[in-house]
Design a protein around this ligand. Structure first.
Ligand code: BES
Ligand code: ZN
Ligand code: ZN
Length: 494
């Protein structure tokens, strides 16, 4: 792994040139790269190399120059370039190279402009150049990170895209790092401290409603879920209020809400059969929001956006909440707890109500590792989205298509909402019938926003982390949602 990746002038650098599968031809090169180019082109023309120019495929010449396959020109997409970039950075790592001249004008065309090509490459390079090494101890086998990789590019537009892609990847990787931080370190108040630091660095406003205040304010969801832990819960609020707001975003306050359960044992409805392992990732919705807020502030996007992280640890103790408890939520709705493992919706509910009542949100998107049921329904291929507003849904879906973070719409009807009614309180947090769990979660959440508010709930339980290496991600947190949220705000603000 490289210590970082930067775009800049590189002297003694090897050439990395893109080639499309149809013709295996190099793009035109500046004069000082002509010889390297000829050497590569001769190699590509020679018989029996086996190199086909498939996306991400590489071949190295005697002089150490690299041809990078882009696939068929007509099929080059942001997604294929991301994985080509990911494969390239791993190859360069193995080759012990740390400066390259990158030429791939032949990737752009009517499908993609040079800035989009650059951005996709930057995202791929940056996301693949990440690992969990911050807990390496004295017995580690991890190789120390190598000096930064410098990428020299001639095309200015491509260079700008590349820089943006690398920066986005850095925001995603920030989110992944906190997601990977274990629950004995990353408690709700530790997270609050980290957010204060992060906010200062990028110019966000950070405020924290701590346990005592949450109790006083009547946030029964956050308080009940978190009170069983010695590490008390809180609600973290990150605000991006830029001086200039774009015309299209005027009057809007977008609330991004992220489930931040730092550990989910299930509480008294305890998780069994090793179902608890990996529940440090139950904060991944919140991590998507912090990565996005960090990017939105750093990029100074001209829109008012507020990030909310209801943070709690769901534990078992004398002080824990129980199945049968009836609690009062921040918006005055009462909830009968039937299952303490359906805790995410309880903390989200208070955050949603707070966003409406105190922040006057005009639109809301929440991300949450809410149900195992969404994984049963959709697998690890995509998240599930529930939305009450076609226009907002289009914004989310468009952003998802652009960033390759796949999403699929799920239904939410009045029947589902009725299904959450309780005999003894207003609502149940979970219907004892195990039917339609993911939809139950969304139906429950619908009771905690103002009636006309456009909102989307994204269940990311299947995509927040991966348990094996993929092109873009090593085993661990994926940072799913960060790029999608940023893309959505970028498009929204125009
Ligand atoms: N955090 C879990 C959901 C989850 C499961 C995330 C597996 C990632 C992988 C959530 O709090 C939970 O336990 N949900 C229950 C809901 C049920 C009790 C209504 C579930 O999915 O079984
Ligand atoms: Zn749970
Ligand atoms: Zn949970």
């Amino acid at each position: 792994m490289f210590k970082g990746i930067k775009v800049g002038a590189a002297k003694k650098a090897i050439l990395v040139a893109g080639v499309c599968a149809e013709d295996l031809k190099l793009p035109s090169l500046p004069a000082d790269l002509k010889r390297a180019g000829e050497e590569l082109q001769t190699l590509l023309k020679s018989k029996g190399t086996g190199f086909k120019g498939d996306s991400g495929e590489t071949i190295v010449s005697a002089g150490g120059h690299v041809a990078l396959g882009l696939g068929k020109h007509g099929e080059v997409k942001a997604e294929s370039l991301r994985s080509a970039g990911a494969k390239l950075v791993k190859k360069l790592d193995r080759m012990n190279v740390n400066s390259i001249r990158l030429a791939m004008a032949n990737a752009s065309g009517k499908n993609l402009h040079a800035d989009e090509t650059g951005r996709a490459m930057g995202e791929g390079l940056g996301l693949a150049n990440w690992r969990v090494d911050f807990f390496a101890g004295k017995a580690t086998k991890i190789q120390p990170a190598k000096a930064a990789l410098t990428i020299d590019v001639t095309d200015k537009t491509f260079a700008e895209g590349l820089t943006e892609g690398l920066e986005l990847a850095d925001h995603v990787n920030y989110a992944r790092k906190i997601a990977a931080t274990p629950p004995n370190v990353c408690t709700p108040m530790w997270l609050a401290g980290e957010m204060r630091k992060m906010a200062r660095e990028v110019g966000l406003k950070c405020s924290v409603i701590d346990y005592a205040q949450a109790k006083k304010l009547g946030m029964g969801g956050i308080v009940s879920v978190g009170m069983g832990s010695a590490a008390k819960p809180c609600l973290i609020v990150l605000e991006h209020k830029p001086r200039t707001i774009s015309k299209r975003a005027r009057g809007e306050t977008l609330a991004l809400v992220g489930k931040s359960i730092t550990y989910d044992t299930g509480g008294y409805s305890l998780k069994v059969n090793n179902g608890m392992k990996g529940m440090k990732y139950d904060k991944c919705g919140g991590m998507a929001v912090i990565g996005a807020m960090r990017a939105i502030a750093a990029m100074k996007l001209p829109m008012h956006v507020v990030g909310l992280l209801p943070a709690a640890e769901n534990m078992v103790s004398d002080d824990s909440y129980r199945p049968d408890d009836i609690i009062q939520m921040y918006n005055g709705v009462s909830v009968e707890v039937t299952n303490t493992d359906a805790e995410g919706r309880l903390v989200l509910a208070d955050a949603r109500a707070y966003a409406c009542k105190d922040l006057r949100a005009t639109a809301m998107v929440d991300l949450a590792t809410l149900t195992g049921g969404i994984v049963v329904a959709l697998g690890h291929f995509c998240s599930g989205v529930f939305c009450n507003d076609e226009k907002l849904l289009r914004r989310v879906e468009e952003a998802s298509t652009q960033t390759g973070e796949k999403i699929w719409r799920m239904p939410l009807w009045p029947e589902h909402r009725d299904f959450m009614r309780s005999q003894h309180a207003d609502l149940l947090n979970s219907n004892p019938s195990r039917n339609a769990h993911p939809v139950q979660g969304a139906a429950f959440l619908s009771y905690f926003v103002d009636e006309k508010l456009p909102w989307a709930h994204i269940d990311i339980a299947g995509v927040g982390n991966v348990d094996r290496d993929t092109d873009l991600c090593v085993q661990g947190p994926t940072g799913y949602g960060v790029r999608m949220l940023v893309e959505m705000v970028q498009n929204w603000a125009g």
